[in-house]
Ligand binder design. Structure first.
Ligand SMILES: Cc1cc2nc3c(=O)[nH]c(=O)nc-3n(C[C@H](O)[C@H](O)[C@H](O)COP(=O)(O)OP(=O)(O)OC[C@H]3O[C@@H](n4cnc5c(N)ncnc54)[C@H](O)[C@@H]3O)c2cc1C
Ligand code: SF4
Ligand code: SF4
Ligand code: SF4
Length: 493
């Protein structure tokens, strides 16, 4: 339960207000479901008893905070998030923003959207033209007679055809009721205790983009772009190490960062992917010995449910996770809702890859046969560059087809994904914007930028600003913007 005397977070509130909010929080369906299933959860063995209570405390704290925010907004006119932050000064701004978005999902608050049209000057085919663009404004107000919404298990996301198979829900579920593979998801309804935690953390259940945008815009040390999100710096970079050059996909930046982190004991283990016994079918892997690191290098374009193994990585105090944008969002959402679950505390760094789409493994085999008349085991590399899908063969040959020709093989659920550049990572890495043999690198947090600059200083990476090279940041922003514009909307049944 909430420690009234010790808990600094709540120090601005009177004991009466706090007790009332805690009482209401303890009645929340997620808290009750989790508490009532204590015996089953401990029997499954995912959490020790002390971890169970730590999670319960975190859930009650998060819910208590929301009740206090809700109370403060009762009877107020619709407010912008920036105005709400000022109304509830006792809590950190980012807490208040994410609380409002969560309260909206819980059906306690309504979102009111206004649109305005403004005229801007844009360069189109070299000519400056005036174009009209729509701007959206969001205000929030409490509902008059709210009925709390119960979150369903994530089968609702899978059945709607929008699950990206990240695997996060299966690691989160306290009773191991969810099985996720690269192309399937099953919830065991007999084991499920209907806590809705999986739904809270799923990147495809409800959007946190509005909260992300508002939180990042408050941080004046970050630059904001509607296309590539918030960032500290953008670079083009390449490894200086010959061994990494032999195994890398582009600039070898991801492997260089992982090597530096492991060598300097800044992390105890990395979570990435490697070829499974079926070559080019990626399998998630935990590496704690540097000698196994290079097996993880290079891009496998089939999707991997990498977040399924985060539970196995719990035994390490500090880990770094490598994954695609949907996984970065999943981790961020898990860390926010409910806040501070002990489960996530060991993820020290998130390295996000750029990703336009991924392919089912069966379709990778098919496209290799259909488009190139080759067997998958003849390939040494696959790459997407300058609008082409390119394969390299053991014979030394390189073959390419237009990317458009292979797009029908990509996963349908990737069409619901708006993020190209891993907005939610600490460091994002991809090829768009850089020359061959280089990666484009976006540092998104102060820790991420500090780490990247330490590695440059150690002489392991050579780098310059992405703004100073061709095609550079301009192309990256254009392509990232078009992914956002063309993204399909998610509708859950
Ligand atoms: C499915 C997919 C689609 C991509 N699409 C684009 C794109 O459209 N545009 C673009 O600019 N870049 C894209 N990338 C990123 C790009 O291919 C490189 O991974 C990136 O430039 C890093 O290069 P590097 O040389 O620094 O990486 P390396 O040093 O070679 O390391 C690559 C890292 O990626 C991890 N990895 C490989 N495959 C997967 C996978 N399937 N799932 C999770 N992790 C994986 C490896 O374990 C390794 O840690 C994509 C990557 C993936 C996995
Ligand atoms: S499947 Fe989801 S709702 Fe059911 S117990 Fe697991 S986390 Fe809770
Ligand atoms: S958390 Fe990931 S795997 Fe689970 S339902 Fe959501 S998208 Fe699918
Ligand atoms: S396009 Fe989006 S949903 Fe598909 S694999 Fe990449 S990040 Fe995940």
């Amino acid at each position: 339960m909430v420690q009234i005397a010790d808990n600094n977070l709540f120090k601005g509130f009177t004991p009466i207000d706090l007790m009332e909010a805690t009482y209401l929080a303890a009645g929340n369906f997620q808290v009750r479901a989790f508490f009532e299933a204590k015996d089953e959860i401990l029997k499954v063995g995912k959490f020790s008893e002390s971890e169970f209570f730590e999670i319960l405390d975190a859930m009650i704290d998060a819910e208590t905070e929301r009740k206090l925010v809700l109370e403060r907004l009762q009877g107020k006119d619709p407010l912008f998030l920036e105005e709400i932050v000022k109304e509830v000064e006792e809590f950190p701004s980012e807490n208040v923003i994410r609380d409002v978005i969560y309260l909206k999902e819980q059906a306690f608050i309504q979102e009111l959207v206004e649109t305005k049209t403004k005229t801007v000057v844009k360069k189109i085919k070299g000519e400056e033209k005036e174009v009209e663009v729509k701007e959206y404004f969001y205000r929030y107000q409490t509902k008059e007679s709210p009925i709390e919404r119960y979150f369903e298990p994530v089968s609702i996301v899978f059945n709607a055809g929008v699950c990206c198979q990240c695997g996060w829900c299966s690691s989160i579920c306290p009773v191991n009721a969810i099985q996720v593979t690269a192309d399937n998801l099953e919830v065991d309804n007999d084991t499920c205790m209907k806590c809705g935690l999986c739904f809270s953390v799923c990147p495809r259940s409800f959007s946190i983009d509005q909260a992300y945008k508002s939180i990042k815009k408050l941080d004046k040390s970050l630059t904001w772009s509607d296309k590539i999100g918030a960032y500290v710096n953008a670079y083009t970079a390449t490894t200086t190490k010959d061994e990494i050059k032999k195994v890398r996909q582009d600039g070898g930046i991801v492997t260089s960062i992982l090597e530096y982190l492991l060598k300097n004991k800044l992390v105890d283990a990395i979570v990435a992917v490697q070829h499974s016994k079926d070559i080019w079918r990626p399998e998630p892997v935990i590496v704690d010995d540097i000698k196994d690191l290079y097996k993880t290098a290079g891009t496998k374009y089939a999707n991997s449910p990498s977040l399924t193994i985060i539970g196995d990585a719990m035994k390490y105090e500090k880990i770094v996770f490598v994954g695609v944008p949907c996984m970065m969002k999943a981790i961020e959402k898990g860390a926010l809702y409910p806040s501070g679950l002990p489960f996530f505390n060991n993820i020290k760094y998130k390295i996000g890859l750029f990703c336009m789409e991924s392919f089912p493994y069966s379709e990778i085999i098919k496209l290799t046969k259909d488009k190139f008349e080759k067997e998958i085991d003849q390939l040494t590399k696959m790459n997407i560059d300058k609008g082409k899908f390119i394969i390299n063969l053991k014979s030394g040959e390189e073959l390419a087809v237009d990317l458009k020709e292979v797009q029908s093989y990509a996963r349908d659920n990737c069409h619901y994904c708006e993020d190209l550049t891993s907005d939610y990572a600490d460091i994002s890495v991809g090829s768009i914007g850089s020359q061959a043999g280089f990666s484009s690198v976006i540092t998104r947090s102060k820790e991420g930028d500090k780490l990247f600059n330490e590695i440059i200083k150690a002489g392991l990476i050579a780098s310059e600003s992405l703004k100073d090279v061709k095609p550079g940041q301009g192309l990256l922003e254009r392509i990232a913007g078009s992914k956002r514009t063309n993204c399909k909307s998610i509708l859950l049944g």
